[in-house]
Ligand binder design. Structure first.
Ligand code: ADP
Ligand code: MG
Length: 627
């Protein structure tokens, strides 16, 4: 590099500079965060390079970031300067022009691209800090001249300098610099002289860059905590530190509901700091949009997202996993498949499950937690049946005896009735429809508890509910419930069996006539007590839960056929029988039968279009209110 060259910024940068300088940030100080984050990126990249290459300039140099302030002497006129140095990867003249002259060519992006060239089988290194920042150019919010002097890690390369006043052009010149890394000399605007104040600088570093993985020195003194929080002993970390780390990592507004900080040295080296967020939905500015914790090895970020570390049904967990045992120079596939990774995953999973259990046992937190993340476990059971032993104990349900609280299967089994050998559940579109389900009649009579499955994820999960601790799950909507004997009911049944009731037979015939093909059969119920009717699936028919799910997803949903059971002791049923015996009530009888059937479908969550019922309702009211 012999001659200085004047080069023009790409149009997009000019725009960006304009916005930055004139309006964007009220908080000018964030430029410092951007520069420190770039320095930290450069150090991370150097570290990564040094894993495989020892032919770098100054291999022994401390990996650090150094801020120096220069103010004019008391009483003297002059400019204030801020200098930021790092001992990172550095840039050649070409790299300076490319990285600081165009946005599209941002070095971090190119670095990622280079990794991808290796066929997606290199670990990603991508520091998250400042991901949403505007990067290097934000320096012009505070500067009216910037010089970037850099010396690449590559021994062959020469030092070079980039200079600009934030106008339309920049210049590249040869430079003197013997040590590796980058120095940014910032001539501060008059209105930004505060950035040459050491105390101010320390505050800003603490505020925005406290957990940067390299030491940040201000005037020779380290200003950030630097030690990765996850490498500290839990006893030495204050709660606020966890929260601020979490919020810096994710940009989540809310603090996490659980912080899981643990370490082990044998059989595996592991330092881990994981979080359970308060909410499932991620806000727009959430920094971590993909699942899976960050994977570090000896403080080097190996993978920004490591989804395979935890099963999918724990993907709401985020954080950092750091292990010195992770092999570095292997392809991505083999990172996933190594024994070490499996072992790491197993350890972490166990620890997370323990924490989830704790949340679920916490009276105050369980409801909110289950509301946010319960669906992960339900989906997990449906998708990852092999994980059932892990998932089943975590499932929570409301039930006919839980007083609106959530209970575990363990609790359910613990209070089963004598002679009961099944776990009963009822499905419904919501809690109210489950609570009022006619299928509960025979269980109420026996004082047997019934679990409520009331959301779409419950429906999705229900086919996977087979057994737990050798107790079969039983949908109460099935015809045969395998209930323990009940004397009162048996007596009633016997009585009914012997009594031939012509009028009831007539009613059944009328029902069959009106409903025709829409039902498999109409029969007197052997189980109903308080409810007038119920629909039951025939042998081998899809369960109500599955049908209900189809109703949600299938446009051409066909109502599954059911057997209609009628409770001959119920007043409503007897009223219809009476009505049948009266002149001129034909229409009301037929409408009642139609309405009764539609109501049964509604209660089962099987009605394809409830709005259709309204005109009939109106006609019935008209008839019922006739003088
Ligand atoms: P980003 O960091 O998002 O890539 P920036 O505008 O902050 O965008 O930086 C542009 C590029 O300039 C970086 O990607 C990097 O290649 C290069 N760069 C900036 N600062 C440094 C530095 N201190 N050391 C080495 N390279 C740097
Ligand atoms: Mg940057």
């Amino acid at each position: 590099m012999s001659e200085a060259q004047n080069q023009t910024f790409k149009a997009e940068i000019k725009q960006l500079l304009d916005i930055l300088i004139h309006s964007l940030y009220k908080e000018k100080e964030i430029f410092l965060r951007e520069l420190v984050s770039n320095a930290s990126d450069a150090l991370t990249r150097l570290q990564f390079e040094m894993l495989t290459n020892d032919k770098v300039v100054n291999p022994e140099a401390e990996l650090g970031i150094y801020l120096e302030a220069k103010k004019p002497e008391e009483g003297e006129e002059g400019d204030s300067w801020l200098i930021i140095k790092d001992t990172g990867i550095g840039m050649t003249a070409e790299e300076l022009a490319r990285n600081l002259g165009t946005i599209a060519q941002s070095g971090a992006r190119e670095f990622l691209g280079k990794l991808r060239e290796h066929g997606d089988n290199q670990p990603d290194i991508n520091d998250v800090i400042g991901q949403f920042g505007v990067g290097f150019y934000s320096v012009f919010m505070a500067a009216n001249e910037v010089k970037v002097i850099s010396r690449s890690y590559n021994p062959e390369a020469e030092a070079a300098m980039w200079i600009s006043d934030g106008g339309d052009t920049f210049r590249i010149e040869a430079a003197e610099k013997v040590d590796r890394g980058t120095e940014i000399h910032i001539k501060l605007r008059a209105d930004s002289a505060e950035f040459a104040d050491v105390w101010q600088l320390k505050q800003i570093v603490k505020k925005h860059s406290d957990f940067v993985a390299f030491p940040v020195y201000v005037d020779g003194e380290q200003a950030n905590q630097q030690e990765s929080l996850w490498r500290k002993r839990p006893a030495d970390v204050e709660d606020e530190a966890y929260t601020s780390f979490y919020q810096m990592m994710t940009m989540d507004f809310e603090p996490p509901v659980s912080t899981i900080h643990f370490s082990s040295d044998a059989p595996l080296n592991l330092r881990s700091l994981l979080f359970i967020p308060a909410k499932r939905e991620k806000m727009m500015f959430h920094k971590r949009q993909e699942p899976g914790p960050m994977l570090y090895c000896k403080n080097v970020l190996i993978q920004e997202y490591t989804p395979d570390l935890l099963p999918k049904w724990l993907h709401f967990v985020d954080g950092v996993v750091d292990s010195e045992d992770v092999p570095l120079n292997v392809s991505r596939e083999s990172v996933q498949n190594t024994r070490i990774m499996r072992q790491l995953g197993k350890t972490i999973k166990r620890r997370v499950i323990r924490e989830v259990k704790k949340l679920l046992e916490d009276e105050e937190k369980q409801e909110a937690f289950w509301g946010e993340f319960g669906r992960y476990f339900k989906e997990g059971l449906a998708m990852a049946f092999e994980d059932r032993d892990d998932i089943m104990p975590l499932l929570r349900f409301k039930s006919s005896k839980s007083d609106g609280k959530l209970i575990s299967l363990e609790t359910y089994i613990g209070r089963m009735q004598e002679g009961q050998d099944k776990i009963y559940y009822v499905t419904g579109d919501n809690l109210a429809s489950a609570e009022n389900s006619p299928h509960l009649d025979p269980l109420k009579e026996r004082d047997i508890e019934v679990l409520y499955l009331v959301d779409a994820y419950d429906m999705y999960m229900s086919p996977s509910l087979r057994d737990y601790e050798e107790k079969q799950f039983q949908n109460v909507a099935d015809a045969d419930l395998g209930l323990p004997e009940n004397e009162a009911e048996d007596a009633a049944e016997d009585a009914e069996d012997t009594a031939t009731d012509e009028s009831f037979d007539g009613l059944v015939a009328r029902f069959k006539d009106v409903l025709g093909e829409r039902v498999i059969d109409v029969v007197p119920s052997k189980v109903l007590s308080g409810s007038p009717y119920r629909l039951v699936a025939g042998e081998g028919e899809a369960q109500a839960g599955v049908s209900r799910l189809q109703r949600f997803v299938d446009q051409d949903f066909e109502i599954p056929k059911r057997t209609l059971e009628l409770n001959r002791k119920h007043a409503m049923v007897n009223n219809i029988i009476n009505l049948m015996g009266q002149e001129g009530q034909e229409e009301l009888v037929n409408l009642s039968i139609e309405q009764l059937f539609d109501s049964a479908l509604l209660q089962e969550g099987l009605h394809p279009n409830p709005a259709e019922i309204v005109p009939r309702m109106q006609r019935m009211i008209e008839l019922a209110t006739q003088a």
